[in-house]
Ligand binder design. Structure first.
Ligand SMILES: CC(C)(COP(=O)(O)OP(=O)(O)OC[C@H]1O[C@@H](n2cnc3c(N)ncnc32)[C@H](O)[C@@H]1OP(=O)(O)O)[C@@H](O)C(=O)NCCC(=O)NCCS
Length: 222
């Protein structure tokens, strides 16, 4: 399978595309953006200039990814999600006489979505934050703070409510008792296992690290 770009999509000069990338109808990828192997960009999505996207990333339709955003491998961004990169945006200078440029400047803030994370449909993602490895953001959430690895967050503002497995299945709901219970072993029905202490999540086996089991410190600054 080769790179597929729909006739109505716009891929500007200076875009780097990996193997087997698919870009669907009316999507727009701006100059300097980079997409790794086997990425899918859904119809009507816009990827701004210089956005860096890893391998096997799924971007559904009507997604807006602005400058300053980095997306690591295996991330899913569901339909209608919008990223931001300026906390206090203005169109013009204070006297209204000069339109501000769209190029990155001192107001442009960075956001990283780490490997394996999912962002549900219709989310709004604030800036100057990190969405952790294999975290899951529930549909319709407004993310204003960084999300620790493996956390499930929902709501506006998004708050951590539990732990999700690499496979996406919720495996633990946070409760007040977690603060005093100590480390809790949690096994997903897919077989992967974690240790949860308070809101810190430790992955007990990393299937992405080859055949040797090794412990991975996963989180948490929560
Ligand atoms: C967040 C999510 C993973 C939770 O799934 P779940 O663990 O099965 O949760 P449940 O449906 O059992 O709901 C548990 C509680 O959380 C609430 N809840 C579920 N999803 C929520 C969301 N996105 N925002 C706010 N609250 C949510 C439920 O109303 C329920 O509350 P209640 O106990 O007061 O009734 C799921 O709802 C979700 O948003 N998935 C993403 C879907 C998506 O965007 N897919 C895009 C590709 S098609």
């Amino acid at each position: 399978m080769a790179i597929r770009i729909h006739d109505t999509a716009i891929v500007e000069d200076g875009v780097t595309l990996g193997k087997n990338v698919s870009i669907w109808d009316n999507a727009h990828v701006r100059f300097g953006a980079s997409l790794g192997d086997e990425c899918i960009v859904g119809g009507k999505s816009l990827i701004a200039y210089e956005v860096q996207i890893g391998n096997r990333v799924k971007i559904n339709s009507n997604v807006y990814i602005c400058n300053g955003v980095t997306i690591e491998d295996g991330v899913m961004i569901s339909a209608g999600t919008i990223f931001t990169n300026d906390r206090f945006p203005r169109a013009t200078t204070p006297d209204l006489q000069t339109l501000r440029g769209s190029e990155p400047d001192e107001h442009t803030l960075q956001t990283t979505v780490c490997e394996g994370a999912t962002i549900g449909a219709g989310c709004l993602i604030g800036c100057d934050l990190t969405i952790g490895r294999f975290a899951m953001v529930g549909m319709g959430s407004v993310v204003t703070r960084s999300v620790p690895d493996f956390h499930l967050v929902v709501g506006s503002p998004a708050r951590s409510v539990g732990v999700v497995c690499r496979c996406g299945q919720p495996v633990h709901r946070f409760s007040e008792a977690d603060a005093v219970t100590g480390a809790i072993p949690v096994t997903c029905e897919c077989g992967l296992a974690y240790e949860v202490e308070g809101q810190a999540v430790r992955e007990l086996f990393n299937p992405g690290a080859g055949s040797s089991a090794r412990q991975v410190e996963a989180a948490s600054n929560a």
